[in-house]
Design a protein around this ligand. Structure first.
Ligand code: PMP
Ligand code: GLN
Length: 384
């Protein structure tokens, strides 16, 4: 294995899910729902498979899905997107990787925030790019898990090609404000960088907040690649269908990379997801309402168990500080937790270039059935 990929031989999600399986623990580590998406979506996909939609679809994606993504962006975000400027990918993961591979030469720089979704660092390494990760600190500045604009500016250089932004943010649960996004976008414009905006949790924002897509800010649509995923919105993480849209020449660059990563993506799933994207507003509203209740259930339980619970404004994750338990390393605790009380979680330090930033932080996922969360809370009560 080449040197630059050696830090990435296994993912924390695979390790913690395997540990949960071995020990029979409730898996609140890897973020995936324990109920499948809308019945109509599942039935459509099954019908497509038995109905013979099983060969290579068009490279850029099935026309119906590209049109449905454009329509969704108009309906929810007021964005005007030409279906020709939508590229269907094998999950958001591939969209991110293809974008970075398409836009970065070896030695170029990618600015992002830490903690980050784990694929960001690995993807930069695949491209031979250098990741400049700006801290989001639990206690600010810029609010809980906000950033210091001066620190952000200092991360930019003449080699910055991509700014990789994620809102709502995994793992911290932060939803970036229009003001924060304007600061980020302004620096991207000043340095001539492309914003790759990972918005996979766009429908999971709580307490009446709104998700602000980077591309809706003045002047940003022309330099932003917007990414989302059916896996999150429709609870079908195993289908691995995502998409990216943006300015034509940028999407063409991403397509050039994508065609040699996977060539095309999931034929029978694409038309089914196209129909699901047209589900009524009530379906989308229910995603947030239902998850907000789950957030509160788990957060209350974690607090009762003695952990410090950081606020979750969006996503299906809650970040805790385990220092009050007398624990000095979250990694250590996460390896012991399944045996100890039968619950699995993931340590936040593994999502950081500077692990000290997340040393005592542990992430729990709440995208689970209420009875599962209730059982997890009962078990957490047994924490010494
Ligand atoms: N970005 C973020 C922030 C995520 O949390 C995830 C899901 N793990 C992804 C991208 C990847 O999405 P997909 O499963 O569609 O590749
Ligand atoms: N997005 C999910 C998480 O952050 C799953 C990621 C994965 O398994 N690669 O937990």
């Amino acid at each position: 294995l080449v040197e630059r990929m050696r830090p990435f031989t296994s993912t924390i999600f695979a390790e913690m899910s395997a540990l949960a399986l071995r020990t029979g623990a409730i898996n609140l580590g890897q973020g995936f729902p324990d109920t499948d998406g809308p019945p109509s979506l599942l039935a459509d996909a099954a019908a497509n498979i038995t109905g013979g939609i099983n060969q290579y679809p068009p490279g850029p994606g099935v026309p119906a899905l590209r049109a449905a993504v454009a329509e969704h962006q108009s309906r929810f975000h007021g964005l005007s997107v030409d279906p020709d400027d939508v590229l269907v990918t094998t999950g958001a993961t591939e969209a991110i990787a293809a974008a970075v591979l398409a836009l970065c030469d070896p030695g170029d720089e990618v600015v992002t925030f830490q903690p980050y979704y784990d694929s960001y660092a690995a993807t930069a390494a695949l491209a031979g790019a250098v990741l400049r990760a700006v801290p989001l600190r639990a206690s600010g500045p810029g609010g809980p898990f906000g950033f210091d604009p001066d620190e952000l500016r200092a991360a930019f250089s003449a080699r910055t090609r991509v700014v990789l932004v994620n809102t709502p943010h995994n793992p911290t649960g932060t939803v970036l404000t229009a003001e924060q996004l304007t600061t980020i976008g302004g620096l991207a414009a000043e340095y001539g960088a492309v914003v790759v905006s990972d918005e996979v949790y766009e429908h999971m924002v709580f307490d009446g907040r709104a998700h602000v897509p980077m591309a809706t800010l003045p002047g940003m649509a022309e330099r932003t690649l917007t990414i989302s995923s059916a896996g999150k919105t429709f609870s079908v993480t195993g289908w691995k269908v995502g998409w990216v849209h943006g300015p034509r020449e940028l999407v063409a660059a991403v397509r050039a990379a994508k065609q040699f990563l996977t060539y095309v993506s999931g034929a029978p799933f694409q038309p089914a997801i196209a129909s699901a994207l047209a589900l009524p507003d009530a379906f989308y509203a229910d995603i947030a309402t239902s998850l907000q209740g789950k957030r509160d259930l788990l957060a209350d339980g974690l607090r009762a168990a003695g952990l410090t619970v950081h606020p979750t404004a969006g996503t299906y994750f809650v970040v805790t500080d385990v220092a009050p338990l007398g624990v000095t390393d979250g990694v250590d605790l996460c390896w012991r937790l399944p045996e100890l009380i039968g619950v699995a979680a993931v340590p936040v330090s593994v999502f950081c270039t500077d692990p000290e930033l997340g040393r005592t932080l542990v992430r729990f996922a709440f995208c689970k059935r209420d009875e599962v969360l209730t059982e997890a809370v009962d078990r957490l009560a047994g924490l010494p």
